[in-house]
Write a protein that binds this ligand. Structure first.
Ligand code: ATP
Ligand code: MG
Length: 179
């Protein structure tokens, strides 16, 4: 690594029911890449390659690595499949490795708050990650239902407040906007 590093990396949480958590993280990724930083995004509970951010990263952004650790289907909170749990744990192991190696300046753990809320991964493991990350790594945790202990451990906490969403008028998710 011979690029500049952050002097002190902070921990961000983007939570709440409104739109904009994952896209805020991607916006910060774009900004960081513009200044020569490297970004790793791990998407928990997602398995579809149809996301615009995955296509854009592959085509235009070699400094942005996106890895998914979920199935394409939705996870049933009351009854997650063994595969849902196994993939989330693999994601957590990879996140730990990437963060501790310190080769990425910004690490985004997308939907990790939901993976904790659904009991796919243990809260304590996420708190350990926050506590033990290398000083220069900036860490973002996104997803609804952020646990109060995660919120307490973070430096930047933003709640996207749902005021309206076209979903409630029956508009389905649109390519390039919702995914
Ligand atoms: P985005 O990825 O657009 O930034 P998000 O990360 O804040 O959204 P998630 O909770 O991860 O939102 O939602 C997953 C998907 O549902 C995304 O496609 C998102 O755009 C869309 N969405 C966000 N908020 C709502 C809502 N209140 N109702 C329905 N769909 C929503
Ligand atoms: Mg999201």
């Amino acid at each position: 690594m011979n690029h500049r590093r952050l002097e002190k990396g902070f921990v961000h949480v983007y939570t709440g029911n409104g739109k904009g958590k994952t896209t805020a993280a991607l916006g910060l990724a774009l900004r960081a890449i513009g200044h020569g930083y490297r970004v790793f995004m791990l998407q928990f509970m997602k398995g579809s390659k149809e996301y615009g951010e995955i296509k854009a990263a592959e085509k235009y952004l070699p400094e942005l690595t996106i890895v998914q650790s979920g199935l394409e289907t939705f996870v049933d909170k009351e009854n997650p499949s063994p595969e849902d749990i196994a993939l989330a744990r693999q994601g957590l192991d990879m996140a730990r490795k990437v963060i501790m190696e310190g080769n990425y300046d910004l690490v985004i753990l997308d939907e990790i708050n939901v993976a904790v809320d659904f009991d796919l991964i243990p809260l304590d493991a996420v708190l350990d990650l926050i506590r033990n990350k290398p000083n220069h790594v900036e860490l973002i945790l996104t997803g609804r239902y952020a646990h109060p202990k995660i919120i307490k451990a973070a430096d930047v906490v933003t709640e996207m407040n749902l005021i309206n969403h076209p979903y409630y008028d029956g508009v389905e998710a649109r390519k390039g906007i919702e995914y």
